[in-house]
Write a protein that binds this ligand. Structure first.
Ligand code: BGC
Length: 579
């Protein structure tokens, strides 16, 4: 399952909202500070789905105190920042992505004091906290929506997208929810319909109303004032819709919900969103400490990604996610080479953010695995994630080789889309199962009789405790890669130059070190066959032909000394320094 369809740009339409007096001055200073060596450029960002990470009070649901208990583990893994998916008060229809109060903590996760303690304890371990900010929609139980819904002339009416239907029982247009069927819900009290890009319990805010921006930026300040390191902006390309509400064009075929697939020109990635991003960047940049703005940016191509950075102006998001690399779902060396080259050369020297896994998609283990060499393939992808030039983002359990475990029966499904789309769409429960800490009850996640989602059956062998004890485990592979990325100057700061560019089986690149340090070569065999490669550094500005292996998962490669002759076993990863 690819969670979001590719997004397509709408070419025109103009902006309407003015928020700050001089956002561009602040954005210019943001661009200046970005040229310095900021923490997030080297960071490993670890996504935690709090419900599933660690339960500290035995109710079967993970919580903030649970995360605090596990900070030492995260520190030992080498994590620099944690992205927490939403922990705000919420009816939990979309497990936190339906927020009813942006400035508090949902009681099942703990209290504000627990949050402050997590922040402080994380800081002691040099770990920053990044919040999830959901700006496209609120919960239908948020007081703003309750007011908005109460009458047509309520002051908050225009905070959401209300329209008349085309006739009795007929919605304003043919737009569809990402989660299936019409994107409009009829409200009998006022005889109008409201727009919801996601669940009906997630009404879209109307970002053409300046009051909305003001309120949402207030929530942003609230968390910045508390000391968070930045935000991951949820579904951010969906902020604006076509004001004329033009019908979407069917592009052929039907989706998992049986709906016609529609072109999303009028609902996704409208140009107005970039004005908001520049103002948000200015706000965030006015705080000390190089806070970061990360975007959930599923986009159709690299040109669109570049816009989310602000292109040459570097004044929008610091790190819009590059979904073109981690979600190709094809273990194809040529494709990876091409996509890495693109983000190296076509985003105005902005910083790539590479990600393979999150709480919305089948785990990369299953998307890239061939069913036979899944473990080996996962190791190759991890080697790539941590050795290309870029910020690395990972998802809890990825470091253990946790697999996707979807519910077997529709009655066990928790994620509503799994009920709407069963059996074609089983929902996202499979990638949200509890973290596997040990082989004891509930995998050490909880002491409850039943956990909110069942623990995956492989927890007896795939867990932190047993993998810590095994030098060849996935966990130790991740640790070694992260440690090397941190300590090796070429991996830390070097530029990236592709090598052996027409090889369809092996991805090889040079990380060219700053003067005085050895450069590093990475070669990754993407196939189940042995591959021989000969790498030529001519034209790279790096001299030398002799190499020393730094890290590999294939013992045969330990003795490799020459770039002329490298024999890579199936799915081998090899990292070496040029002598
Ligand atoms: C989040 C999903 C969520 C949706 C609606 C996505 O981008 O990652 O988990 O269901 O936004 O908020």
């Amino acid at each position: 399952m690819k969670f979001f369809p590719k997004l397509i740009l709408l070419a025109s339409l103009c902006s309407s909202v003015v928020w700050a007096q001089s956002p561009f001055m602040a954005a210019a200073s943001a661009a200046k500070s970005e040229s310095q060596d900021v923490w997030w450029k080297h960071a490993v960002i670890y996504e935690i789905y709090p419900r599933s990470f660690q339960d500290s009070n035995g109710d079967g649901i993970g919580d903030l105190n649970g995360i605090t208990e596990r900070l030492d583990y995260l520190q030992s893994l080498g994590v620099d920042a944690i992205w927490l998916t939403p922990i705000y008060p919420s009816p939990q229809v979309d497990f936190g992505y339906d927020i009813s109060d942006y400035e508090a903590i949902d009681p099942p996760y703990g209290t504000m004091a627990d949050f402050d303690r997590l922040l402080a304890e994380a800081k002691k371990r040099n770990i920053r906290i990044i919040m999830d900010m959901v700006m496209n929609h609120t919960s239908d139980k948020h007081p703003w929506f309750i007011e908005s819904k109460s009458s047509r002339n309520n002051p908050k009416r225009d905070w959401y997208v209300w329209r008349d239907g085309k006739g009795p029982g007929i919605p304003p247009n043919n737009w569809e929810s990402v989660f299936g069927h019409t994107a409009w819900k009829y409200d009998p009290t006022t005889n109008q319909w409201y727009y919801h890009k996601f669940y009906a319990e997630q009404p879209d805010l109307n970002w053409r109303n300046p009051e909305v921006e003001k309120a949402m930026f207030g929530a942003v300040r609230f968390w910045l004032d508390r000391g968070v390191a930045g935000f991951r902006l949820d579904a951010i390309p969906t902020l604006f819709e076509d004001p004329q509400l033009r019908d979407a064009r069917p592009v052929g075929g039907t989706n998992a919900y049986g709906d016609p697939i529609l072109d999303d020109t009028y609902t996704d990635n409208l140009p107005e969103v970039h004005d908001v991003m520049r103002r948000l960047r200015a706000l965030v940049a006015s705080y000390p400490g190089n806070r970061v703005l990360i975007g959930e940016t599923y986009l159709p191509n690299i040109q669109e990604l570049d816009k989310w950075y602000g292109g040459a102006s570097h004044n929008e998001l610091n790190l819009p996610m590059d979904m073109q690399i981690g979600f190709t779902n094809k273990l194809d060396a040529n494709l990876f080479r091409q996509r890495i080259q693109e983000v190296e050369t076509k985003v105005h020297d902005n910083q790539p953010l590479i990600v393979f896994d999150n709480h919305d998609n089948i785990r990369s283990w299953n998307r890239y695995g061939d069913g036979v060499h899944d473990d080996e393939i996962a190791r190759v992808l991890a080697a790539m994630l941590f050795t290309v030039r870029g910020t690395a983002m990972m998802y809890y359990g990825e470091e253990l080789g946790m697999v996707t475990t979807p519910p077997a029966r529709v009655e066990d499904v928790k994620d509503p889309i799994g009920k709407i789309g069963w059996p074609k769409e089983k929902g996202r429960d499979g990638e949200r199962t509890p973290m596997q800490w040990s082989d004891s009850k509930d995998a050490g996640f909880s002491t409850a009789a039943a956990t909110w989602l069942p623990v995956a059956p492989d927890y007896k062998t795939v867990n932190v405790q047993s993998e810590q004890a095994d030098p060849n485990s996935m966990l130790n592979w991740y640790k070694k890669l992260i440690e090397m990325r941190r300590s090796n100057p070429a991996l830390h700061d070097g530029s990236l130059i592709m090598l052996d560019k027409s090889n369809p089986n092996v991805l090889s690149y040079l990380r060219k070190a700053p003067a005085g340090s050895p450069s590093v070569i990475v070669s990754l065999n993407f196939t189940a066959q042995p591959q021989n490669v000969s790498l030529d550094l001519a034209g790279t500005g790096v001299a030398g032909n002799t190499v020393k292996t730094l890290l590999t998962d294939a013992s045969a490669l330990q003795s490799t000394t020459s770039l002329n002759h490298i024999e890579l076993p199936p799915f081998a990863s090899w990292i070496a320094s040029v002598q």
